[in-house]
Ligand binder design. Structure first.
Ligand SMILES: [Zn+2]
Length: 99
């Protein structure tokens, strides 16, 4: 049975509830008795933590991406220049010139 996190929009009360997936969504807040409950997906608190974690890894991955891009560009230009030199190396016009 999955655990659902509920949050009350009226009083901000949050709690976990074991529920079957087929169970109806709870509406009434046990704290303020208002029907202002919202069911959060998965474990709500964990998602919040994960969210801020995502930002952190995002920042890190951006600088990492930049570095990777630089490396990629360097590798690409290297590849390009070596491509060029190998292309212009054996020229077509010099094949019959010794005759
Ligand atoms: Zn409430």
């Amino acid at each position: 049975m999955p655990t659902y996190d509920y949050e009350c929009d009226a009083c901000g009360h949050t709690f976990e509830l074991f529920q079957a997936m087929s169970d109806p969504v709870k509406r009434k807040c046990p704290e303020c008795k208002k029907s202002k409950l919202r069911r959060l997906f998965g474990t709500g608190a964990a998602i919040v933590f994960k969210g801020s974690g995502f930002y952190q890894t995002d920042y890190r991955s951006e600088s990492y991406k930049k570095g990777a891009e630089k490396a990629k560009k360097a590798a690409e230009s290297k590849k390009k220049s070596s491509d060029k030199s190998s292309k212009s190396g054996p020229g077509e016009s010099s094949s019959n010139k010794s005759d």
